[in-house]
Write a protein that binds this ligand. Structure first.
Ligand code: FES
Length: 145
């Protein structure tokens, strides 16, 4: 399986690993099939992401996508973070092998779940944000891990 240089780099040197104390919003999601878990915490001030950290218990692609997702949101406004999709994260990593695209879905979901948590806690409505779905996805997972 071919991974881009960027995927390998983010896997071997993950950015923003950890958890923000007293985060404005925290999102944790999992993939029921592989059992991988991703948790993203965000510090948000006046609609801008001031800090983002992740903890991922999962495969290399899940670690790389969560690392990249935290990099991508830094300094962005919430409205722009809502628009980040799993494919934009995968693109920022110069692509993922097809069997690993679902790992980037976790990154999108964790990000959106953290924003949702923020909007509940702060009472700030985030336009375009859907409530997190349950975690038992049907998307194709492939065999490997
Ligand atoms: Fe489960 Fe990558 S997220 S294999």
């Amino acid at each position: 399986m071919d991974y881009s240089e960027k995927v390998l780099d983010h896997f071997m040197n993950p950015r923003n690993m950890g958890e923000i104390d007293g985060a404005s919003g925290v999102g944790q999601v999992g993939n029921a099939k592989c059992g991988d878990i991703m948790r993203i915490s965000l510090e948000i001030d006046e609609g801008v992401i001031k800090d983002a950290k992740f903890r991922t218990l999962g495969c290399g692609a899940a670690i790389a996508t969560s690392s990249m997702a935290t990099e991508m949101v830094m300094g962005k406004r919430i409205e722009d973070v809502v628009k980040i999709t799993n494919s934009s994260v995968a693109e920022a990593l110069d692509g993922l092998p097809p069997a690993k695209m679902h790992c980037s879905v976790l990154a999108q979901e964790a990000l959106h779940a953290a924003l949702y948590d923020y909007s509940i806690k702060s009472g700030v409505a985030v336009e375009g944000l859907k409530p997190p779905t349950d975690h038992d996805h049907d998307h194709d997972h492939g065999e490997e891990h």
